[in-house]
Design a protein around this ligand. Sequence first.
Ligand code: ATP
Length: 256
Amino acid sequence: MATDTTVRAPKVVVDAVTKRFGEVTALDEVSLVLGDREFVSVVGASGCGKSTLLSVIAGLEAPTDGIASIGGTEILGPGRDRGVVFQTSTLLPWLSALDNVVFALDGEADMTRRQRVDRARDVLHQVGLDGFERSFPAQLSGGMQQRVALARSLAYGPDVLLMDEPFGALDALTRRTMQELLTQVWEQHRMTVMLITHDIEEAVFLSDRVVAMTPRPGKVAAEFTIDLPRPRDPEVIGSPEFHGYYAEILGLIHRG
Ligand SMILES: Nc1ncnc2c1ncn2[C@@H]1O[C@H](COP(=O)(O)OP(=O)(O)OP(=O)(O)O)[C@@H](O)[C@H]1O
């Protein structure tokens, strides 16, 4: 398949956003556009404001200055148009995998209990968890817990999926499997994705665009369009083109 060169409409617009925590300027006039159905990764050294940027888009933190909007509407709080997946499990330990997803749908007033359960089964199937619906989080591996977290955020069909180091706590092999799963889910749903990661290889492999940030104060230093064909096979990681992107981004972060 040819590289997707479609010009995308803006979905999320971060316009000159500054975020201060007391004396600390976590974000300094950061501007960023996430296109409709675009997969964007944000990389950068620890403390450069990646999680703060995600929190602003998730509506969990309000900007000190500037505006963030989604679909042209200012972000004033969390909403069901955005799914969020964090590094560590935020599952409710006393609920089964199925009920964790059903619980997330409790606010959907127009769905019956039966419809919620059917939807939950469907998204658990999409993340490869058939047969584990009745398992509790403590009975699942770290990778499987992250699958449930992903299923939960897919359940209400968000336009935007925000992920903060979702595979950071997983071993290398599980991580690779989860990256491939995320690619499949994104190919299927084609929502806008913002992925925060420390792993430049992961960022290049998954993304249409990689945004590199530098710290103190947190700023966008550069953006790289990843012009590799899709669907991407893990073999692409060995190619000279892939290595070129990797080296360029790594060099920039180290200089920063
Ligand atoms: N709630 C908060 N209160 C005070 N300072 C904060 C808060 N959240 C973030 N900060 C500070 O803002 C800066 C940016 O933090 P942030 O967590 O966004 O960076 P990050 O790039 O995600 O880091 P990491 O990769 O280590 O998760 C840091 O100096 C951090 O200490």
